[in-house]
Ligand binder design. Sequence first.
Ligand code: CA
Length: 147
Amino acid sequence: MYHTYSNMFSKLECTIIEKAIAEAELNCAGEIRVHIDKKCDGDVVESAIRTFHRLSMQKTKLRNGVLFYFASESRKFAVIGDVGINEKVGKDFWDSITSTLETYFRDGNFVDGLVVGIRQCGEKLKVFFPYQSDDKDELPNTVSFGD
Ligand code: CA
């Protein structure tokens, strides 16, 4: 069901994900990143929060970063956002994105799931953080990998 870390995403698939992030960020003023770790022994949300800070994702002007975090071998994932987003959205915001991802992941469709989840995130963020004409790409759109 889940791929192992090493072959989780090909280079092409990373490009597809990065394109989805770039498109979503043209829809809203949010900053989306995807990070893949091999293992997560503890709580996946705590690991996601640690990664969020390690990637300096809290350093956006509007505190509107969103991290899609995966631990591929541990078969866990979490989607979290910074304080600027959580001031405005409730748990249902994250639940709906999580359930979209779960639907795709269940069938092993990681890339499709991410692309749809990222798009959905952009659409939802647009309501609270509309795209600004002077919007800067504050965080890289590239998929990052842990050790
Ligand atoms: Ca970005």
